[in-house]
Design a protein around this ligand. Structure first.
Ligand code: GDP
Ligand code: MG
Length: 162
């Protein structure tokens, strides 16, 4: 079986856009409306000649009062079957309460985590990614899933832990 990489993070940070970027095609469901990915979906991916499975997460219904716990619980299901985790955070927003719930769950799991600071569309916002060092998952990798900026370096980092 191929190694499994789970993509986790709160709704609308760009997980599915990043999956499409990694796949090099438009396949994961991306919407402007948060939470539109319909289910956990897995895809076969490849980087530098190595094949792996990507599991995109998100898209379940969350009841309004339980969103933090609900996002974390759904991410946990994907993390439990994964060999490594790509944690996606929005660089310009920083870590929200929902992100913190996911972070807390990930700390318990002790699986390798590559931290992505997404929506770094230009050098101008790259500095904002540095604040994410505070999450305790090492270096935040600045990426623009939309434009591809930083994606190669991020994938190189993933290959070191997958
Ligand atoms: P998900 O809910 O985490 O899967 O997020 P999506 O991939 O569906 O993206 C949510 C919104 O963020 C969409 O409007 C995307 O076009 C946008 N988005 C995703 N990545 C980027 C990025 O790198 N830069 C910018 N500016 N927007 C992005
Ligand atoms: Mg999605």
């Amino acid at each position: 079986p191929l190694p499994v990489l789970a993509i986790v993070g709160r709704p609308n940070v760009g997980k599915s856009t990043l999956v499409n970027r990694i796949l090099g095609r438009r396949e994961a469901v991306v919407e402007d409306v948060p939470g539109v990915t319909r289910d956990r979906v897995s895809y076969r991916a490849e980087w530098m000649g190595r094949e792996f499975t990507i599991v995109d997460t998100g898209g379940w219904e969350h009841d309004a009062k339980g969103i933090h716990a609900s996002v974390a619980a759904q991410a946990e299901m994907a993390v439990d079957v994964a060999d490594a985790v790509l944690l996606v955070v929005e660089a310009t927003v920083g870590a929200t309460a929902t992100d913190e719930a996911v972070v807390k769950m990930l700390r318990r799991k002790k699986k390798p985590v590559v931290l992505v600071a997404n929506k770094v569309d230009s050098e101008l916002v790259e500095a904002e990614a540095s604040a994410l060092w505070g999450l305790g998952f090492g270096e935040p990798h600045p990426v623009s899933a939309l434009h591809g900026r930083g994606a190669a370096d991020m994938l190189d980092a993933v290959m070191e832990v997958l």
